[in-house]
Design a protein around this ligand. Structure first.
Ligand code: FES
Length: 157
């Protein structure tokens, strides 16, 4: 995977400066670093720990606790499959398994070729048209395996 081209130290310090005076700024700083870089590189942990006077374990603990925070670069596109109740009732669990197999990547991970990151979500407000998913930020419904794979390939190409 390629490293971010922007300056890591500069980005982290900018995020810290923007939020250090807030109450409990750690989470929002991590979120901002991810927004700017696409993920939170492990090298950001000691920088943040030092600036906030926390231990590296404290920062690492928060970074790994929140599933929305990534420690590796995301794929070229993101697939977020809905696993909430209404979508489950129309086959979401089977769809997740089929899509994981077809794309060769497990939920929560990024494909080895960097094409797609697969996430799970719990309701996209499209319950009547499930199974639902976001592909590259766009909402789709009444999905099956072939359609999801085609949408992902189109987005990631
Ligand atoms: S349960 Fe899947 S969109 Fe609501």
């Amino acid at each position: 995977m390629s490293q971010p081209t922007v300056n890591l130290t500069e980005t982290v310090h900018s995020a810290i400066d923007a939020h250090r005076h807030e109450r409990g700024p750690l989470l929002v700083i991590l979120q901002e670093v991810q927004e700017r870089l696409g993920y939170v590189p492990p090298a950001a942990v000691p920088l943040i720990a030092r600036e906030l006077n926390l231990s590296r374990a404290d920062v690492h603990g928060v970074l790994t606790f929140y599933h929305d925070l990534r420690t590796e670069p995301p794929g070229r596109t993101t697939l977020s499959l809905c696993r909430a109740e209404a979508c489950q009732a129309v086959g979401a669990e089977a769809l997740v398994a089929q899509v994981e197999e077809a794309l060769g990547v497990k939920t929560g991970q990024t494909a080895a070729d960097g094409s797609v990151t697969v996430n799970q979500v719990f309701c996209l407000g499209n319950c009547a048209l499930g199974p639902s998913a976001l592909v590259g930020g766009r909402l789709h419904g009444r999905l099956d395996r072939d359609r999801v794979v085609a949408l992902v390939r189109a987005e990631a190409s």
